[in-house]
Design a protein around this ligand. Structure first.
Ligand SMILES: [Zn+2]
Length: 79
């Protein structure tokens, strides 16, 4: 059973990492739900609004809504 170390770190069992195809340096969101600690991979979440998305820009998940918004504000700046 994984334990917390003195810095508050723990290990996600290999079988779980393999099931979710988690790699070193993948981002994880840690949330508290009642007395449960929920660790959720942020693999397919838009880095701007947090919506689930399959859309990526240079391998970074960004949903189409935010991409349109970014393109819109860039177009405005350029006049
Ligand atoms: Zn978004």
């Amino acid at each position: 059973m994984p334990k917390l170390d003195y810095l508050g770190r723990t290990t996600i069992p290999k079988v779980i990492r393999d099931t979710l195809s988690l790699e070193p340096e993948d981002e994880l969101e840690v949330k508290l739900e009642g007395f449960r600690i929920v660790i959720e991979p942020v693999l397919n979440k838009c880095r701007i609004c947090g919506e689930q998305t399959e859309h990526k820009v240079r391998n970074i998940p960004v949903c189409k809504k935010c991409l349109d918004w970014l393109n819109g504000s860039r177009a405005k700046k350029m006049g």
